[in-house]
Design a protein around this ligand. Sequence first.
Ligand code: DO4
Ligand code: MG
Length: 280
Amino acid sequence: MKLFKTSKGFVIEDENQFYLSNATDWDAFINRENLFAAVKNDLKSLSADNDYKKIIEAHIQAPIKGQEVWASGVTYQRSKKARMDESKDSGGGDFYDRVYDAPRPELFFKATAGRVVGPNENIRIRRDSKWNVPEPELTLFINTSGQISGYTVGNDVSSRDIEGENPLYLPQAKSYDKSAALGPCIFVSDKPIDTNGTIGLEIFRDGKTVFSQTIEINQIKRSLEELVEYLYAECSFENGAFLMTGTGIIPEDSFSLAVGDVVEITIENIGTLRNTVEKK
Ligand code: DO4
Ligand code: MG
């Protein structure tokens, strides 16, 4: 099933039927134990109506309210290579190689909810950067007690020249207004997401595709549980947290996002997240 946050309420899609929840507090709605069973129970007292689909189309928002967004890095081979290349002149390359194989993963704080955009909203590239990419990432919703209760699509928009100049600049390369996109929904199931599914990235410029690639989630080097374990080891999250799990797709070095580019990220079972790069 899929949970959509909209400005008109929370819409539940289950087996191609659409329902409007009675809940009014997104944080409480998604942060329940055994979310799949809890929402299935809600459905018993709700009536399906196809008009609720129109609410999604017209009023969708990012599926976040009181959560922090964290991200993992260098979890795919491609990400390791790209970071080593971009930081070799500054002497940072070795760090990425080492973190790929180390027991402790790279985890970093990505965004507060206010810096996150939802479907069809604009993402931004920094004014002080010349080399920017989208990073398409399977994103976990983890509840307060550390259960992975759902999945969404994430875009970890990043400035490669800033992170490549010095690894200590990572927070500036990663975290700024509208640097993160999440959506379109939280996919909730009674079993873990199928990691044989794919993550696809397509970038359009002036209506034409300028980049397109897919990767299977199972190319990730670490387990999703391991990433959550490190994140929750010494941090508590009152409303749960979102965790981007790293990118396995990075365009060739000659590519940089431009104003007006449309970025589409599709993850099987979850959906497509589409955003446009806004004017600097
Ligand atoms: O260490 C740099 C960032 C890594 C990252 O965001 C990724 O691999 O997705
Ligand atoms: Mg990333």
